[in-house]
Design a protein around this ligand. Structure first.
Ligand SMILES: [Zn+2]
Length: 444
C-alpha cells in the first residue's frame, strides 16, 4: 500500500496524477495476442480524465487536437501516451477489480492526516465522523453483468441493479466531505443469499477498522443501520456510532423510554435560538442505557431526541439518535449536531456524484464483470481529487471562489481543454486567473 510519507508537501494535481499512475501500474494486465496497442495506464487515465473534467467527450476532443496540433491535454495534463477509444477502455477496465484503485484512497487519506487537514473535521469526543449510505447507481431490465443484484418480479421480469455504499468523512459546519474506499453490494463468493447493504457495511467495518479506528471514529448511519448486529460490528472493530433510531423499527427501546419518561428519568435541555428572523426553541431529551432490542443479550445504547419548535409551538425539526457515547447535558447538542451531519453523505456526496456532472448513474458502459463498479470508483476518486485540490491548491481555491457555480467551473474546463493545449494543470489555472482578472495574494 502506498503511504504518504514525503516532505509534508501539499498534494498538487500533478502529484496526485503521478501517484495514481503508480497505483495503475499495479493493475493486472491480462491482454493477450494483438490487443496490446493501448496500455492499461492509458485506459485507466482516459476513463478518469472523463470523470475529472466532467466531459463525456473529453477524449474525442483530445483525439482531434492531437491530430491537428501533434499534442493534447490527454498527454500534457493526464500523462497519457495514446488516447484509447471508449471500446478499448471498456475492454481493459472490465478486467480490473475496483479494489485495485483503493490504495489511492488510502494514500490521500494518509496525506490529509499527515498534513493536518483532518483536524478541521474533528467532532464529538475529538472523533472523525464517517457517514455511510447506500446509493443505487445502475438499474435496468435487460442490461446485466455477473455482479448485478437481481430482483425477480411476479410477472417474470427481472430488474438488474448496482448499489454502492459510499463512506465519507463529514463534519458539522464543514461543506467538504472526504470520500473513503466504497463498498459494493454484489453477489459474494460462497454465499447463496443475495448481498445487502447491512452485510456490505459490516464488510467495510471489518476491512477498514484496523486502518481508521486509532484515529477515533464515530460511524453515522440512518435507521437501516440501527440494529444490534450492525452496532456490535461497529463496536467490535473499534468504532463508535451515532445512528438515527425511529420509533416504528425500535418498539422495545421506545417502550423503555416511555417508562423512563413516567419515572421522570429523561433529562431535558432547552435552548432558545435567534435565527436572524425569529426565535426557535430546541428541546433536547435524553437518557443513557436503554436496550436496543427485546432480548436477554440486548445491547444498551444511549438515546437522544431533538425537537425544534417556533414560539407558537409549530414543530420545524425532529430527529432521534442512539449512540454509544455517554450523553450529558454538556454534550447532547454536539452529539445531535454530529448525528445530523449524516445528511451530508446524501447531499454533499451522493447527490453531487449523481446530479452535479459526475454522472454516477450513467457512466459509459456496463461490462461483463467489473466495469460498472470500477468506473463508479474512478468517479468517486475524481470527486475526491477535486475536494483535495479545493483544500490545498491556492489557485484552484481562488478560481472556485470567484466562479459562481460548480457548473460554470466545469463548463470552463470543458471549453478550455477542448480548444487549448496547456503544458500543465498549473498553466491552465494561471490562464483562468488572468482571464478572470483576479489575483493570488502572496502570503510568503
Ligand atoms: Zn451489472
Amino acid at each position: 500500500m502506498p503511504v504518504y510519507n514525503s516532505k509534508c508537501e501539499p498534494f498538487t494535481f500533478d502529484s496526485l496524477v503521478d501517484q495514481f499512475r503508480s497505483v495503475i501500474e499495479e493493475f493486472p494486465d491480462k491482454r493477450t495476442g494483438n490487443n496490446t496497442s493501448y496500455t492499461i495506464e492509458d485506459a485507466a487515465l482516459g476513463a478518469f480524465s472523463i470523470f475529472f473534467t466532467q466531459s463525456p467527450s473529453f477524449l474525442a476532443f483530445q483525439g482531434t487536437m492531437q491530430k491537428a496540433k501533434g499534442k493534447s491535454n490527454a498527454q500534457t495534463l493526464f500523462t497519457m501516451n495514446q488516447i484509447p477509444s471508449d471500446n478499448h477502455i471498456r475492454d481493459l477496465m472490465d478486467m480490473v477489480y475496483s479494489y485495485h484503485v483503493f490504495p489511492m484512497f488510502s494514500y490521500i487519506f494518509d496525506g490529509l492526516n499527515t498534513l493536518g487537514h483532518l483536524e478541521e473535521f474533528r467532532s464529538i469526543n475529538n472523533n472523525l465522523l464517517i457517514a455511510l449510505d447506500g446509493t443505487q447507481y445502475f438499474s435496468s431490465q435487460n442490461i446485466c453483468c455477473e455482479n448485478c443484484t437481481q430482483k425477480k418480479h411476479r410477472n417474470g421480469t427481472v430488474t438488474y441493479s448496482h448499489t454502492v455504499i459510499t463512506p465519507v468523512i463529514v463534519a458539522p459546519g464543514n461543506d467538504k466531505v472526504i470520500a473513503l474506499q466504497p463498498e459494493f453490494i454484489k453477489p459474494q463468493d460462497g454465499h447463496k443469499k443475495q448481498d445487502c447493504e447491512n452485510a456490505a457495511a459490516k464488510r467495510w467495518f471489518v476491512e477498514y477498522g484496523p486502518q481508521y479506528k486509532d484515529l477515533g471514529v464515530t460511524i453515522l448511519g440512518d435507521d437501516l443501520y440501527c440494529h444490534q448486529p450492525i452496532c456490535e460490528s461497529i463496536l467490535t472493530e473499534g468504532f463508535n456510532f451515532i445512528l438515527v433510531c425511529k420509533p416504528d423499527s425500535h418498539k422495545t427501546l421506545y417502550e423503555w423510554t416511555a417508562e423512563f419518561e413516567n419515572m421522570g428519568e429523561i433529562q431535558i435541555l432547552i435552548i432558545k435560538r435567534w435565527t436572524g428572523k425569529c426565535y426557535e426553541i430546541d428541546t433536547y431529551r435524553f437518557v443513557n442505557q436503554v436496550p436496543l432490542r427485546d432480548s436477554e443479550d440486548a445491547l444498551y445504547v444511549n438515546w437522544c431526541e431533538l425537537i425544534t419548535t417556533l414560539e407558537d409551538g409549530t414543530v420545524v425539526y425532529k430527529n432521534v439518535f442512539v449512540t454509544n457515547h455517554e450523553i450529558k447535558k454538556e454534550n447532547v447538542k454536539e452529539i445531535v449536531e454530529a448525528g445530523r451531519a449524516r445528511w451530508k453523505v446524501e447531499n454533499e456526496n451522493n447527490n453531487v456524484l449523481k446530479t452535479k456532472g459526475y454522472h454516477l448513474e450513467h457512466n459509459f458502459g456496463h461490462g461483463k464483470k467489473n466495469l460498472a463498479s470500477l468506473l463508479s470508483t474512478l468517479n468517486i476518486l475524481a470527486f475526491l481529487f477535486h475536494t483535495v485540490l479545493g483544500m490545498m491548491d491556492e489557485k484552484y481555491q481562488l478560481i472556485r471562489d470567484n466562479l459562481p457555480a460548480r457548473k460554470t467551473f466545469f463548463d470552463d474546463i470543458r471549453a478550455l481543454t477542448r480548444y487549448i493545449c496547456f503544458d500543465s494543470w498549473d498553466e491552465m489555472l494561471t490562464f483562468m486567473i488572468r482571464g478572470l482578472e483576479i489575483e493570488l495574494i502572496d502570503t510568503s
